[in-house]
Design a protein around this ligand. Sequence first.
Ligand code: ADP
Ligand code: ZN
Length: 515
Amino acid sequence: MPDQQQILTTLKEYFGYDSFRPLQEEIISSIFKSKDNLVIMPTGGGKSICYQLPALLLPGVTLVISPLIALMKDQVDGLSANGINAAFINSSQHENEQQEIYQKILDKQLKLLYVAPESLSFLDTVLSQVVVSLIAIDEAHCISSWGHDFRPAYTQLGYLKNKFPKTPVIALTATADKATRQDICNQLNIPNATQHLASFDRKNLSLEVRPGNKRIEQILNFLEERPNESGIIYCLSRKATETIAEKLQNQGFNAQAYHAGIDHQKRATVQENFVNDSLQIVCATIAFGMGIDKSNVRWVIHYNLPKNIEGYYQEIGRAGRDGLPSSTLLFHSYADVVQLQKFADMSGNKDVQLAKLDRMKQYAESLSCRRKILLSYFGELIVDDCGNCDVCKNPPTFIDGTILAQKVLSTVTRIKEQEPIGTVIDVLRGAQNATVFDKGYQHLKSYKIGNDIPWKDWQQYIIQLINQGYLEIAFHQNNKIKLTSLSKKVLFENEKISLAHLKDFEKAKQIITEV
Ligand code: ADP
Ligand code: ZN
């Protein structure tokens, strides 16, 4: 294993940096100990060096699996410019080009080899003849159908660990909730991988949610306050990106549409102009932004509700990479929820998708600090409100919710975290139905301790507790309500809980029909 000094020298020599960013060093040293690793780090956090640097110091070749064929060439060019021997293999190449690379692998000339998962099988024989020192799986969330960007070609990657049992694997992604993280590790056959979770807190991004009525008018006002600042408007449909871009152009704004249906050349131009600041606004479907290196995106607007929090967080994360204050605005409309429910209904993983959408909707309707919700979704529990979201800036009226919270949490404890929200409320209210009687919940101490409060109100209080991180929903276990590490503060340390008054909740939930 190389020593500290050798690692730092390599960092300086090949990448030009004097020090590591948070987590990079511990990840790298874990690789040198031949351990398997899962890295969850936001975009721009510095994931690449975590495998590129070890690749330079390990004896054989490092295999990098990446779905982003379009970006492989750039990555390899970047590495070559730094004097690192790297190449890529994907379906865009001619056969003789690939043959040349096979030869380089056999001649042990390469330190890094980028491969699209679809092309991996062609390499099988070549790889059997060389030492593979490290396997890096980029965008690892693509392997899980529980994640938000499932790619079937990823599902075969588990065989790599079987083929190279002694080679450490490092899986990297910018987005994965707790259950998805475990699913990634299981599918890659690295169930005991060390998980490295970087902080997702992007304090420079302000968070705001508004009812989605008269959206164009609101956007025009928003833009007026931000002359010449560049930003992205995410839309659900291709059609919407075009209509909105046109409306903005008619008002004299420098805006273009971007979606997968636009021809390749035109798309590349839009992207290029946006990156070099000659295009101010891109109206895009989610296809836009993956891998784009533009640090001065000052705002991101979601014209439509995103289908889950992972996607939303990744998209707003494209703003303010330079660390300067940047704004994000989400429009919440009931019509979007209905539309997204239809999509989810048609998807393979219906229940999970619907539960994730529900969580997104709760975020939009929340009366708790929005950053707390986002971070707790990714397993990061913060105690203080952020001060940089619309709820913090314009707080609702609060009531002392300590006793309510104690009642809920003790009920969840007594039913052994085995039930979804509806049954928790049934037990609290002393419902007399089959679920309750079948499981004998009527004998619990918690039974009926909350029958003075209407069902719907309990529901809102419990959602607030989830939003504040005192409970969580296990999406992959039939939405059972689970305790979190914060729960014990309420149960055993008498922590004071504030809950929003429910009259404010009705206000936040205004139903919007205008599109
Ligand atoms: P990610 O893959 O997590 O989105 P990258 O690996 O592309 O992030 O890194 C993001 C940016 O941060 C790149 O410009 C990279 O050169 C830079 N970077 C990475 N590590 C360091 C470091 N230790 N010091 C300074 N800059 C770094
Ligand atoms: Zn806040």
